[in-house]
Design a binder for this molecule. Structure first.
Ligand SMILES: [Zn+2]
Length: 486
């Protein structure tokens, strides 16, 4: 999981129309109260308790890189699934890049293309000595579940398993085949995600729901639900190394060419360079929704840009807003610098790292070429670090949007559901690159100030956990062609 954009969220409360605000907030209080007292009634208690038990068990596996606990967690999940009626022939274990992943299929009654649901089992490591509580023990306290992976992404794993068990316990299976993926290395190589995307059960999937991003935002001060975001695309992450070499020499005898000065001039040019403005349906929908509730010059620019992305004045205003600039164009910024080897020597080498977040549809090489042209100095080499690869936009589908909106509004009536462009990264890009349109929707709501994924004292509101279970189940039922969940 990467941090959801918190852009303009503080103003988004106004998204609720004033005339309906009272009615909605009453409904929401009822909904939230019901969720907080979950299990709310006897019929639902059993699966919720079961899911909580699974959640507690999987938090206890330290599935971080180097700890080798993911195979044990996968084995535990296989046991739970088999006990819940999933035949061994519908479970596959995959190994890739030294990691273990699991896929589970729930056959459909008809022959439509399958739908994929995805979550990841691995976590970013947590050092127990740095935490206030044991990070590998699920602890419920102050209305929160604490533990590494409570948010990222073991609530998603529990929701997928819970959904499979509920489908298996039901009288009729889904009309469409549903495939559930448990990725083993999302936080590192994403090799198992690649293996999953290529697997015969998955490669023909019509689209995917990823539980590893997307979700609702609660107002930091009041806890009021503000907006629900569905991830439909990701920016490409790429780093370019700038390098100047020079014969150097004694600093008492300066020469006309100097690696540090040359690099500094190149950085000046990159600072001044602006990549062209870009937009697509997804970013316009997002910026428009943000603009609806935001006042002032930025709000006006958001509204104008959403209507007309060629409005250069609006684009210029947004270029100065750190929370929005990334949704309007490719951005590159200097992040590291290294030069020289002695205080009394002319530098033989000067290097800088330029980190770029590339707009979907733009090739990494195109960005490199733009940097080379902006620098216009053949003494500077510009090389791409690693194997950066872009991924396409998944345009929102009416069926998916409708199902997600219904599932979210079951708890938060009237809340606006908006797609967004992720500036961080999840393994959704691997599925998109493999040709599977992917929408990230966790069903989880949290406050921006309480977002601790990858950090210390990671937590998830207890109510949010149960809502996340219900979210995935409702999507599976509706998208799987079983009507609408009640
Ligand atoms: Zn994640």
């Amino acid at each position: 999981m990467r941090q959801r954009p918190l852009a303009g969220i503080g103003y988004a409360a106004g998204l609720l129309h004033p005339e309906n605000q009272m009615k909605r907030s009453v409904l929401m209080m009822i909904a939230v109260a019901a969720a907080l007292s979950a299990p709310a009634h006897a019929q639902t208690a059993e699966y919720q308790l079961k899911a909580r038990d699974i959640y507690a068990r999987i938090i206890s596996f330290r599935t971080a890189q180097g700890q080798d606990q993911t195979p044990a967690m996968a084995a535990y999940l296989i046991g739970v699934l088999k006990a819940g009626g999933v035949p061994g022939s519908d479970i596959a274990t995959l190994e890739a890049g030294g990691a273990t992943a699991l896929i589970v299929r729930v056959p459909g009654r008809s022959t439509g293309r399958p739908i994929l649901f995805s979550a990841h089992m691995d976590v970013v490591d947590a050092r127990p000595q740095d935490w206030e509580r044991d990070p590998f023990k699920l602890i419920e306290e102050n209305g929160n579940f604490y533990g590494r992976g409570t948010m990222d992404n073991k609530a998603g794993v529990a929701a997928l398993v819970s959904t499979i068990l509920r489908l298996k316990a039901g009288k009729t299976g889904p009309a469409r085949e549903l495939v559930f993926a448990f990725v083993g290395d999302e936080e590192t190589g994403m090799e198992t995600t690649r293996a999953i995307a290529a697997h015969p059960w998955v490669k023909n999937a019509e689209f995917a729901i990823n539980t590893d991003a997307g979700g609702g935002t609660l107002d930091d001060a009041t806890g009021k639900p503000l907006i629900y975001l569905v991830q439909g695309a990701e920016k490409t992450y790429a780093t370019f190394d700038l390098m100047v070499r020079n014969p150097g020499g004694h600093s008492s005898r300066p020469r006309a060419d100097n690696a540090i000065y040359e690099l500094a001039h190149a950085l000046d040019k990159i600072e001044a360079y602006r990549f062209p403005v870009m937009a697509n349906d997804l970013t316009r929908a997002y910026l428009g929704a943000m603009g609806k509730a935001q006042s002032g010059a930025v709000g006006e620019a958001l509204r104008k840009f959403a209507v007309d992305p060629t409005d250069t004045a609006a684009a210029d205003t947004l270029a100065k807003a750190p929370e929005f600039v990334g949704t309007t164009r490719t951005t590159c910024v200097a992040t590291m610098l290294e030069a020289g080897h002695a205080e009394n020597a002319l530098p033989q080498r000067a290097a800088a790292a330029i980190n770029c977040r590339i707009f979907p549809g733009v090739e990494v090489d195109t960005v490199r070429a733009a940097l080379v042209a902006a620098i216009a100095d053949s003494a500077i080499t510009v090389t791409t670090r690693g194997n950066a690869q872009g991924s396409p936009v998944s345009e929102m589908r009416p069926d998916v949007t409708a199902a997600i909106t219904r599932a979210v509004r079951a708890n938060y009536p009237g809340i606006e559901v908006v797609p967004y462009l992720e500036s961080g990264g999840t393994d959704g890009k691997v599925y998109r690159l493999a040709g599977i349109p992917t929408f990230a929707s966790s069903g989880l709501f949290s406050k921006p100030s309480e977002m601790f994924a990858h950090g210390l004292n990671e937590r998830l509101p207890v109510a949010s956990f149960y809502q996340g279970l219900e979210h995935v189940y409702r999507l599976a039922v509706e998208l799987g062609g079983m009507g609408r969940a009640r």
